[in-house]
Structure formats: structure tokens, C-alpha cells
Write a protein that binds this ligand. Structure first.
Ligand code: NDP
Ligand code: PYC
Length: 338
């Protein structure tokens, strides 16, 4: 028997939804989470696909999450939309804030969506892509848990702190998007290597003694490294400040302390920004879009690829052919329904 199994996207969604609701997640939260997990699996972002169901259910069982929390929206300034997730997962909070973010970006040119008190596990590209579908430029960032050492250090201070950006491309289905952890790799990827007893490349992590390691288990017990040395380190610090201190929510170190060894999804805030190109450019909008396209062509014409190009290709393939998953992962999720 093959150790891989093919599921349709509907089957992925259904499995995630049932595992979540069976373990106490309110239906609307479970739908929003299952949707983002299905998107992750569809785009072959394995660290943020179906694997995340295991972490969500562990978090539910820890009792830390409010599984039926109702997000509430306030607007402390015209261009700042604030949604309190009240210790629920972030997805419904984002859905609650998106319409007001779009409206304010169109009115003011720039607007911010601040999400507070949320449990956050997902990739950020579904959110910046959602902003770009409104013709807006989107950015998003969030802390996580203090697993990542600063460049030159060996103890976790920063989260894996992803940063995402989307630029709408009017005549194309997909925007220009990048979304990366400011660590060398997402922690979820190291966890998947550990599950499969696979080594990791040097440069991803240090062991508990601060020595470079290729052992995924030692990496999880030690500290992850930033991408690009001191540059990733500075970006990670910026995200702690903008999406932690500035919005009055937990830093990655505070979030890890709050977790208290449970191993739940990190709890903290998120900052999203939206820019309206029409407001910035007025009549010059079309010409600027053409200049952006020239930039993209200058990248691809020399054989380099755009970020998200792999993901968009996977998206089309998964819609046609379904997705391939490890049989043991699917079984572990089915076990959550027992
Ligand atoms: P990767 O390093 O795999 O990819 C980062 C970005 O670089 C992607 O946009 C990717 O596009 C692009 N890219 C990769 N290779 C190339 C290339 N050769 N040329 C051009 N672009 C390239 O991702 P990470 O491991 O850093 O992060 C994975 C995910 O984890 C992200 O979606 C992030 O949001 C999520 N995450 C979430 C956290 C949270 O707290 N919620 C914490 C940390 C990470 P493509 O996808 O097409 O390969
Ligand atoms: O993969 O680094 C990660 C991560 C942290 C929180 C959610 N994903």
C-alpha cells in the first residue's frame, strides 16, 4: 500500500471541519479555519495545510482557546480598524474586519486592520490575496512564539514572524504575492521533518547548546535561525514592534510564556495594511500599473520566477487532481474523530 493518499479539496475541507467541530470548535470558526487549511493544502503549503488540524485540536483540548468567541469591531481613528478576537482563532476576526479595512483604505488612501487577542496559525497569503481582490495593495505581519534566535545569539527571542505582501494585477487572476517567515523556514516545516524523521538543512536552526544542527528534533529543542542573517533579524524585530508593541498585544516571548508549555497555537495580534492605488495615483493609475508589469516581466523574462508562482501552479493542479497527503497524517486526523 502506498504511503500517500489522494483527497479531493472537498474531502480535505470536510475532514478538517469534522475534526474541529467534533473537538468543540463552533461551526462558523470551524468553517473559516477549514477553509484556510484547505487553501494551504491546495497550494501545497504543507506546513500550513491539513497538518494544522492537529495543532488546532491540541489547542482546543488545552482549554486555552475560546472556541465560540464573537469578534468585535471598533474604529479608534478613521484609518484604524480594530477587531478583538476575544481569544478565538484569527480567521473570523479577519473576516469581520476586512470590509471596514477596504472601505477606509478607499476613503483615506491607507488603512490598517489591527487584530487583537487571537490564536493565529495560518499563512498570511490568503489574507493579502483577499485584500488585493479589492484592487488594493496589501501587507500583513504577525509574531508567533519566541523560537528564533537573533543573528549572533543562540536563544529564542523572535517568533517566526511572517511578512506578506500582495500587489493587484488588473488583467490577471492572481496578484503579485510574497509571504515568508523571517526565520530561515517556517517552524511547521521543521515539525514536518521531525514527524518524518528527516534531516533539515544547515542554516535553519541551532541545537540547545547553540551549535548548528541538521537534526529536526534538536532544532525544535534549540533555536531557529533568521533568514538573511542580521537582515532577517531586524525584520523580525520590526514585526515584534509593529504587530506586538504598537498594537498593544503580546510579543512572541510573551505569547510563549502565556502558552506555558501547552504547545497550543500562538496567541497574539496581527497588523494588516491596505493601500488604494487609485487614491495615490488618480489619473496616473493605469500608467503605474504598466510600469509594475514591466518590472514583473524583467524578472520572468530572464528565467527567474515570481514569488507564489509555484503556489499558483499547485493551486491549478490541485483543483484538477486533488491533493496528495501522507497516509499517516490523514490517519492521525481521523483519530481525532474517535
Ligand atoms: P518559503 O521560504 O517556502 O517561501 C517564501 C516565499 O518565497 C513564497 O512567497 C515563495 O513562493 C517565495 N519563493 C520561494 N522560492 C522562490 C524562488 N526561487 N523565487 C522566487 N520566489 C520564491 O516560506 P516560509 O517557510 O518562509 O513560510 C511558509 C508559510 O508559513 C508562509 O505562508 C507564512 O505566512 C507561514 N507562516 C505563518 C506563521 C504564523 O505565525 N501564522 C509563522 C511563520 C510562517 P512559492 O510559495 O510560490 O514557493
Ligand atoms: O510555521 O512558524 C510556523 C508557524 C507559527 C505559527 C503558525 N505557523
Amino acid at each position: 500500500m502506498s504511503d500517500r493518499i489522494n483527497l479531493s479539496l472537498d474531502q480535505v475541507y470536510d475532514l478538517a471541519l469534522r475534526a474541529l467541530t467534533h473537538n468543540g470548535m463552533a461551526e462558523d470558526h470551524a468553517q473559516a479555519i477549514a477553509d484556510v487549511i484547505t487553501q494551504g493544502q491546495r497550494d501545497e503549503c504543507h506546513s500550513h495545510g491539513l497538518y494544522r488540524v492537529l495543532v488546532c485540536v491540541r489547542s482546543l483540548r488545552s482549554g486555552k482557546i475560546a472556541p465560540a468567541a464573537r469578534p468585535t469591531l471598533t474604529q479608534p481613528a478613521p484609518s484604524i480598524v480594530k477587531v478583538d478576537a476575544h481569544q478565538g482563532y484569527s480567521q473570523l476576526a479577519f473576516q469581520t474586519g476586512l470590509p471596514a479595512l477596504v472601505e477606509q483604505a478607499r476613503k483615506q488612501g491607507v488603512a490598517a486592520l489591527v487584530i487583537r487577542n487571537c490564536f493565529h496559525f495560518s499563512a498570511l497569503w490568503p489574507e493579502v490575496e483577499a485584500i488585493a481582490r479589492h484592487g488594493l495593495v496589501g501587507m500583513a505581519m504577525t509574531p508567533s512564539h519566541a523560537w528564533v534566535a537573533p543573528e549572533g545569539g543562540s536563544k529564542g527571542v523572535f517568533g517566526t514572524n511572517p511578512l506578506a505582501f500582495a500587489w493587484p494585477r488588473p488583467n490577471r487572476e492572481e496578484p503579485f504575492v510574497f509571504d515568508f517567515a523571517t526565520s530561515a523556514i517556517a517552524r511547521g516545516d521543521i515539525e514536518l521533518h521531525a514527524r518524518q524523521q528527516q534531516p533539515i538543512p544547515l542554516g535553519w536552526a541551532l541545537d540547545a547548546e547553540g551549535a548548528p544542527t541538521t537534526d529536526a528534533h534538536a532544532a525544535l529543542a534549540g533555536a531557529m535561525q533568521t533568514f538573511g542573517g542580521h537582515k532577517g533579524s531586524a525584520l523580525a524585530a520590526m514585526i515584534e514592534l509593529l504587530a506586538g508593541a504598537l498594537i498593544g498585544d503580546m510579543t512572541s516571548a510573551e505569547s510563549l510564556a502565556f502558552d506555558d508549555g501547552v504547545g497550543a497555537t500562538p496567541c497574539h495580534g496581527e497588523l494588516l495594511l491596505a493601500f488604494d492605488p487609485q487614491r495615490f495615483l488618480g489619473d496616473d493609475f493605469e500608467q503605474s500599473q504598466q510600469r509594475a508589469e514591466q518590472l514583473f516581466a524583467a524578472i520572468t523574462d530572464q528565467g527567474a520566477r515570481l514569488p507564489s508562482q509555484r503556489r499558483f501552479a499547485a493551486r491549478q493542479r490541485s483543483k484538477r487532481e486533488g491533493v496528495w497527503l501522507s497516509r499517516s497524517l490523514v490517519q492521525d486526523i481521523k483519530d481525532l474523530l474517535a
